[in-house]
Design a protein around this ligand. Structure first.
Ligand code: URA
Length: 220
């Protein structure tokens, strides 16, 4: 099995994606050359990893393609696989409530995507080769949306975007950068459904995200 470093080496994006804490605009992403149409088509017909054999459909993402806020989860679950939209199940309802708590709504200046576009069977964790195969799609989404802020939900989104093995408890609570874009890490809504006490920490993270956004866009 490939390690995370192998994955990034294979993609040839190590040096750029490794630039943590770089000032805004310092490290342009390698251009993927996708338009939204080409990206949607590529995800719909993707066979780059084994998940294509068991998924119902690829789940690209949902929302405002010019959003300031990009929310990134892990992978589609059963509901998302069936409906073709991220975060439509129980975790999605909690995500909508979390967004509402900081004055945001799905689709209004918010785009929601996942690291993986295909459902891992039985909702198992994403595997490194699957992340490697799918990452260019997320990279293209970031490039096309050019969000002002990224919120990474859970370990897989955070560790993939920050290219680290650090635990989520150590990554949350501060502002990171991904390709120069401020990135806040918080717990995945599905985790919060099982670990209610951590909701208070997630609330702190969301407040940090809101404050960071306000400092970037004082008129907001
Ligand atoms: N969990 C995720 O990470 N993404 C979804 O779309 C649904 C559940």
């Amino acid at each position: 099995m490939l390690s995370r470093d192998d994955v990034f080496e294979e993609l040839g994006i190590g040096p750029v994606w490794r630039l943590r804490g770089a000032p805004a605009g310092a490290a342009p992403a390698p251009a993927t050359g996708y338009t939204w149409d080409r990206l949607a088509d590529a995800v719909a017909h993707c066979t780059k990893c084994k998940l294509h054999a068991t998924r119902t459909q690829g789940v690209l993402g949902v929302g405002d393609r010019n959003a300031d806020w990009l929310i990134i989860g892990e992978a589609p679950g059963a509901d998302e696989d069936a409906q073709g939209e991220p975060f439509v199940g129980q975790a999605g309802r909690l995500l909508d409530a979390m967004l509402a708590a900081i004055g945001l709504a799905r689709g209004e200046n918010v785009y929601i995507a996942n690291v993986l576009k295909s459902r891992p069977p039985g909702n198992r964790n994403p595997e490194p080769d699957e992340i490697a195969a799918c990452l260019p799609y997320l990279q293209a989404q970031i490039e096309l949306i050019r969000p002002k802020l990224i919120v990474a939900l859970g370990r897989f989104a955070a560790q993939t975007l920050l290219q680290t093995d650090e635990a989520i408890g150590r990554l949350r609570g501060r502002v990171h950068r991904h390709q120069g874009i401020p990135l806040i890490v918080t717990y995945h809504p599905a985790y919060l459904l099982r670990n209610l006490p951590d909701k208070a920490r997630a609330w702190e993270d969301l407040c940090l995200a809101r404050r960071t956004y306000t400092s970037l866009t004082p008129e907001s």
